[in-house]
Design a protein around this ligand. Structure first.
Ligand SMILES: C[S@@+](CC[C@H](N)C(=O)[O-])C[C@H]1O[C@@H](n2cnc3c(N)ncnc32)[C@H](O)[C@@H]1O
Length: 254
């Protein structure tokens, strides 16, 4: 996927707050072997070094563009690899802490994915995941609405954006069925106040729009962006724009 670290980092403060909320769920112990699935630019992964005592941390991500930024955070306790989550769970390696912040929403079939990830935990291992769960919000729905109009509809050729994120009780069930203890699953709304609809567009340009653009030919990408921007303007004509961004936190010990 064509991730752009510069665009993604425009809302650094808003995007990093949930990571620290996630970290607060983790019980720190010395010498943990940790993996960050979908580590992105590695900046937040490197914060694990300050939070945990002498951890050995691996960050993996499928995007070369994001990992290029991550490399500068490498230390002898922190290494990055270009690898997808799906490839990682095929490996034999196990961890004491598996963390994934705002990444697993890009992977399909969470009913199957989560047990596979959990199987990569050592005894007493911890799983800490945060996924955005606001796909029902208009900012996301408008991406699909524009995609259903021509000339995009023909180009998408029946493809629809599917959001794999489950309900919080479904995640709790998966954790329980896989022998999770101290299960803690909840949703939290982050109250973002944005200047106007263009700022909302910039926010979505860093993430949600990516799968749509990826499927369009070069000559339609800019038109699609302009049409989406216009729809956002209709939805949010004033200033400021309140964007209640909902995220799901999933934590357990195994
Ligand atoms: C929204 S960013 C989050 C990055 C980082 N965890 C953070 O909190 O700043 C999502 C990241 O997930 C990565 N990603 C998406 N699908 C992936 C997959 N299947 N395997 C590995 N990484 C993936 C993307 O390349 C991107 O860097």
């Amino acid at each position: 996927m064509p991730w752009n670290p510069e665009i993604y980092d425009q809302f650094k403060k808003e995007r990093s707050a949930p990571f620290f909320d996630l970290l607060n769920l983790v019980v720190s112990k010395p010498d943990l072997k940790v993996i960050d699935l979908g580590c992105g630019t590695g900046e937040l992964t490197s914060a694990l070094l300050g939070y945990l005592e002498n951890p050995n941390v691996t960050g993996i991500d499928s995007s070369a563009e994001m990992l290029e930024k991550a490399e500068k955070h490498s230390t002898e306790n922190l290494h990055f690899f270009q690898r997808s989550v799906e490839e990682q769970i095929e490996l034999d390696e196990k961890f004491d802490l598996i963390i994934a912040n705002a990444s697993l929403q890009w992977c399909t079939d969470h009913e199957e994915l989560f047990p596979n990830i959990i199987s990569k935990l050592n005894e007493n291992g911890q799983l800490a995941v945060q996924v955005p769960s606001n796909h029902h919000f208009i900012v996301h729905q408008l991406l699909s609405k524009v995609a259903e109009q021509e000339p995009y509809k023909t180009r998408f050729n029946g493809w629809i954006r599917e959001y794999p994120v489950l309900k919080i009780e479904e995640y709790a069930n998966i954790l329980y069925e896989n022998n999770g203890k101290e299960i803690n699953v909840f949703e939290k709304v982050y109250p973002h106040v944005m200047e106007n609809s263009d700022a909302v567009f910039e926010w979505a340009s860093g993430t949600a729009i990516i799968p749509f653009l990826e499927k369009l030919p070069e000559e339609l990408k800019e038109n699609y962006k302009a049409d989406y921007k216009a729809e956002l303007k209709k939805a949010f004509p004033g200033s400021p724009v309140f964007y209640p961004f909902k995220r799901t936190f999933i934590y357990a010990k195994f």
